[in-house]
Design a protein around this ligand. Structure first.
Ligand SMILES: Cc1cc2nc3c(=O)[nH]c(=O)nc-3n(C[C@H](O)[C@H](O)[C@H](O)COP(=O)(O)OP(=O)(O)OC[C@H]3O[C@@H](n4cnc5c(N)ncnc54)[C@H](O)[C@@H]3O)c2cc1C
Length: 411
């Protein structure tokens, strides 16, 4: 079967691109090896950043410039005013709060944050503070950065494009037939359920498989050392009495902690804790990280009662195009060789930029006829990934009772 494009990987990047290419009239399929959004997207905090994080040094950095239009792009999609239509994606919060550790440098960070952004922090009065920030000494600001549920975002797009998304066995059920390195002639798939086969002849092959991109590139004769991984060890806290909080505690040019909240099916509030804590956590085992995060939360949120909470951690990698010194790339990364394109969005919020970039390079669709997906009607479909802390067998502990277990790696 001839296709205009074949996408590998159904995280934020692949699914946003699938929407864009489908709307542009391309005959396109997306192949997923595990579950949609596994790796990074479902494990992410879902903050639709407007660049503030990247102005904390007081300068409008390249990263901030690239990201500052994104809150409006996402807001329009979430309201159904532009494509993709994300009206079924759950918005967990319409804003994030910013507060600071009581130091002059962090105040400077707050001021620097005002430079050149479309969305800016606004200082709020004591009465406007969320409960969680009641005990905080110093300024609190509200920033109109939305927080979405990444899992519901993936589910939203998966529902809209179910007929174009196929589950594959990337180890045993995938073969590339190459004309030359980076020039894919055809792709042969073996169904993971009944062994039936499918041979696809795509004009363009696109890898948006996050950490899986390196291996896919290798299999198509391309170099794999163009990707880097930056690990995070995240903390998750849950409790019936935990207040809702979405925001960042700033300390100079750093985010000391970033907290996002959601309710679980048992009515418990669940905090995902990232920021510097998760960077520090890479060197720590779950027990040591729990102690460290507890200390950090006590000092940045003195008014929050953390007794009767349960804790867990999860490890995952950010997968990105490699940079010379291993630091975070300033923006999306796209590589083209032969008929293979490889893309990393670098941030969830930049998925629209990546999709635009790849779509703008694509040739016009082969034919104008609608894409007939009936030949794949009986092919298995992937599910959406579980939240890392809701995966089967995931362990939780009370403060001081963390078991001696090795760190888990989600990506
Ligand atoms: C803990 C954490 C928190 C974050 N928080 C934020 C945030 O708040 N805001 C923000 O903007 N960004 C955030 N990010 C960054 C953001 O999550 C990522 O930049 C983004 O999700 C990457 O999306 P992706 O589609 O490229 O990759 P992924 O989400 O990793 O998706 C890749 C997909 O490809 C599939 N795959 C892998 N190999 C193959 C193969 N061989 N064949 C087919 N499919 C394959 C995987 O199963 C997966 O479904 C966070 C990242 C982490 C790790």
């Amino acid at each position: 079967m001839r296709l205009d494009a074949l996408i590998f990987g159904g995280g934020a990047a692949g699914l946003w691109l699938l929407d864009r290419l489908s709307r542009d009239g391309h005959h396109v399929l997306l192949l997923e090896a595990r579950s949609l959004g596994s790796g990074q997207t479902v494990a992410s905090q879902g903050i639709i950043h407007g660049g503030l994080k990247y102005t904390l040094s007081g300068l409008l950095t390249k990263s901030a410039k690239n990201i500052r239009e994104m809150p409006n792009v996402w807001r329009d999609s979430l309201l159904g005013k532009s494509t993709p239509n994300l009206t079924r994606t759950r918005v967990r919060s319409d804003c994030c709060y910013l507060w600071q550790t009581d130091s002059l440098t962090s105040r400077a960070g707050m001021i620097g944050a005002r430079i050149g952004l479309r969305i800016k922090p606004e200082t709020i009065s004591m009465d406007e503070r969320p409960d969680a920030l009641n005990g905080v000494y110093g300024t609190v600001a509200r920033l109109p950065e939305q927080v979405i549920s990444p899992q519901s975002f993936i589910q939203d797009l998966a529902n809209q494009y179910r007929d174009r998304i196929l589950k594959i066995d990337a180890d045993k059920g995938l073969e590339f037939d190459l004309d030359s390195p980076g020039e894919v002639k055809s792709v042969r798939l073996v169904s993971p359920t009944d062994g039936s086969t499918l041979v696809l002849h795509p004009r363009q092959v696109i890898f948006t498989a996050g950490g899986g991109n390196a291996r896919l590139r290798k299999r198509t004769g391309l170099s794999s050392d163009v990707m880097q991984r930056r690990p995070l060890h995240m903390v998750v806290v849950r409790g019936q009495q935990l207040p809702e909080l979405n925001g960042h505690c700033l300390d100079g040019a750093k985010t000391r902690v970033t907290i996002t909240s959601q309710m679980d099916s048992q009515g418990r509030m669940v905090w995902q804790v990232g920021g510097q804590v998760a960077e520090d956590g890479v060197k720590l085992d779950p027990a040591a990280l729990t102690e460290h995060a507890w200390g950090e939360l006590l000092s940045v949120l003195p008014g929050v009662d953390l007794r009767d909470t349960e804790w867990t951690t999860y490890s995952t990698d950010r997968a990105e195009g490699a940079t010379a010194n291993g630091s975070r790339p300033e923006t999306i990364q796209v590589l083209c060789a032969g008929n293979v394109t490889t893309g990393w969005p670098t941030k969830l919020v930049l998925a629209p930029v990546l999709a635009n970039e790849i779509a703008s390079r694509a040739s016009s669709p082969y034919v104008s006829a609608p894409f007939d997906t009936t030949p794949f009607a009986s092919w298995p479909r992937p599910t959406v990934a579980a939240l890392p802390w809701e995966e089967e067998g995931h362990r939780w502990w009370k403060l001081g009772e963390a078991p001696a277990i090795p760190r888990r790696r989600a990506a």
